[in-house]
Design a protein around this ligand. Structure first.
Ligand code: AGP
Length: 596
């Protein structure tokens, strides 16, 4: 959802800004722009991806600047609406990630005061507000302008003839990178890894002034804030493609290691260092969006089975506005980015309602970590591809650990059960590696069915949400209309859609639902639909019912979602590849959704 970067140093700002910006392109690619301050103000922007900007822009000498890549919310994706936006005098340039919710009223009164607007964006009002307030100090002007805006934002502002960037945030991410004789700003640390691994996270309503040799942060009342820098352990290599054609494929193939890292050390220490010392809960609510929501749905089965605690799952944007009556004392918020606005809002709401909150997040230091009582990091490393893959698998790993811990606290897990669970968890990376070894087979099948416009994904029990996630991956990156259903529901409506034109991917592992699944598969094949099964190795029966089969290692069914989702991720990836889709940057989607 829009990426912003800033640079103040001794080197030319333009190439560094562009380089950092490219690493944020997963946040939006409707338009891009750059402004270099210092001697006067140079500004260049263009509709389309960063490559378009790069191919057109002139050299812009100067050592201080800001840049932006846009995911359009207010105003069409045009060059006029691209950021940076400037004021009437063309001496201020502003980049913004978020939404100014009261911009209409502000715009009306600014226009009455004689300001001329050049775009349809909400952002531009901030440029004119700062212009009106600028009497000398840029921090003062930004602070005064901020008092008038409502909404969510990360802003960065530069002004002609000044060697400083002033930036601020509310509910949108903003991090300062500390260098030697140079400092940086970005929406996400991955943009800065090439230049520094020392960062300071800016918090809501703080205003930061960044120059080449200083970073000073003011709190909401103007007080000076001292904050220790954090060291980021991710390497630049982690955030690069490393020979893979797409980040998504690299991230799919990183899953054995990611799951291993996610579990590392924790299985052993859970007993001596539980997540919840002495707490036991009568019910759990999981709250998340998109893929993280699907992880939550799988988590419901895991928690109910291992900890015997009734669990409900809700989409963050629904939870926030739902009545409080059916509350749970433990609310688990899942968000890989840790910056999803709806989930952050839900976390605040959960706390306000007096619940204990746990965040499952991938990005260390992200906003969710400040909104919850306890954080479980998924340790998946940076995920750049817009489609969530390794973060989903590691969210499941975290949920197994959480469920085990809750089960221990609730005294429902015997020592033998725990041993068997930990044994299965340790085997998960191998089960995933088995799937990766069959990538060529999955590619061949995806190619075979790549002409389909509609595709259905069915599963039962714990594999129903896996089917939903397979459908989401498919529609998100291949633009094939994928729908996920609980297999038993087909006959209540969706069967009307089934035909020989619509392949069905059926998750049919040998668990207590297997026989019923075979029945549901027959319902589809009887209507001419080709069926591709995801089944356990050694299942000799399934081939009689389906057209094609993809095998996963036989493991206890509660753990099967992990290798199965890897099959469906590869399926979606190869479908998208066959169709020539822009896999890492699907249309209309941004990796981190910082608007509600
Ligand atoms: C999945 O491929 C999507 N990119 C999307 O559904 C994502 O999972 C959702 O926006 C939630 O993001 P979060 O985990 O960072 O909160």
């Amino acid at each position: 959802m829009c990426g912003i970067v800033g640079y103040a140093g001794r080197r030319e700002a333009q190439p560094i800004l562009l380089d950092c910006l490219k690493r944020l392109e997963y946040r939006g690619y409707d338009s891009a722009g750059i402004a270099v301050a210092g001697k006067g103000l140079q500004l260049f922007k263009s509709k389309g991806e960063i490559a378009v900007l790069e191919s057109k822009m002139p050299r812009m000498p100067g050592t201080v600047g800001i840049a932006h890549t846009r995911w359009a919310t207010q105003g069409k994706p045009t060059t006029e609406n691209a950021h940076p936006l400037d004021d009437c005098s063309h001496r201020l340039a502003i980049v913004h990630n978020g939404i100014i919710s009261n911009f209409m009223g502000l715009k009306e009164s600014l226009v009455k005061d004689g300001h001329r607007f050049a775009s349809e964006t909400d952002t531009e009002v901030f440029a004119h507000l700062v212009e009106s307030e600028l009497k000398g100090d840029l921090v003062d002007a930004v602070s005064k302008a901020l008092r008038q805006v409502e909404g969510t934002y990360a802003f960065a502002v530069v002004a002609a003839d000044r060697s400083e960037i002033v930036a601020t945030r509310r509910e949108s991410p903003l991090v300062v990178g500390l260098g030697e004789g140079e400092n940086f700003l970005a929406s996400d640390v991955t943009a800065l890894l090439k230049y520094t691994n020392r960062v300071v996270y800016i918090q809501d309503d703080e205003v930061v002034r960044v120059t080449m040799d200083s970073v000073s942060i003011r709190g909401p009342s103007g007080e000076l804030v001292e904050r220790e820098a954090q060291k980021i352990t991710w390497s630049l290599e982690d955030a690069e493609k490393g020979g893979y054609p797409h980040f998504m494929l690299k991230e799919i193939f990183e899953q054995p290691d990611a799951i291993h890292d996610s579990l590392l050390g924790r299985i052993e220490t859970l007993e001596t260092e539980p997540f919840f010392q002495g707490d036991s809960f009568t019910s759990v609510k999981v709250v998340a969006c998109g893929t993280s929501y699907h992880a939550g749905l799988v988590g419901k089965y895991i928690i109910e089975e291992l900890a015997k605690i009734p669990t409900t799952v809700q989409i963050s944007s629904e939870y926030r506005y739902s009545p409080v009556a059916r509350e749970s004392p433990l609310v688990v918020l899942i968000t890989q980015s840790g910056e999803t606005a709806d989930t952050l809002g839900a976390a605040r709401e959960a706390r306000k309602r007096g619940n204990k909150t746990v965040g499952i997040a991938n990005v260390v230091g992200s906003a969710i970590t400040r909104e919850v009582d306890h954080v479980i990091y998924t340790r998946a490393g940076p995920e750049i591809g817009v489609a969530a893959t390794k973060t989903f698998a590691t969210q499941l790993a975290a949920l197994y650990l959480l469920a085990m811990d809750l089960g221990v606290q609730n005294r429902v897990l015997t020592a033998q059960a725990k041993r068997s669970i930990t044994g299965s968890l340790r085997n998960l990376p191998r089960a995933v590696q088995d799937v990766l070894n069959q990538a060529h087979l999955i590619e061949a099948l995806a190619n075979k069915y790549s002409g389909a416009k509609d595709m259905f994904f069915i599963g039962r029990g714990i594999n129903y949400p896996v089917a939903l996630e397979g459908a989401l991956k498919t529609k998100e990156i291949s633009y094939v209309h994928g729908e996920g259903f609980p297999a038993g529901e087909l006959k209540h409506g969706p069967l009307a859609l089934i035909s020989k034109e619509s392949p069905v991917v059926a998750i049919a592992v040998k668990d207590h639902t297997y026989e019923r699944m075979l029945g549901n598969i027959s319902e589809c094949s009887a209507r001419g639909s080709p069926v591709i099964a995801v089944a356990f190795e050694g299942d000799t029966e399934i081939a009689k019912y389906v057209d094609d089969t993809i095998r996963v290692r036989e493991i206890p069914p509660i753990f099967a979602p992990v290798p199965i989702i890897v099959v469906l991720q590869l399926w979606a990836y190869y479908l998208a590849k066959a169709k020539g889709c822009p896999i890492d940057k699907p249309r209309n989607i941004a990796k981190t959704v910082t608007v509600e």
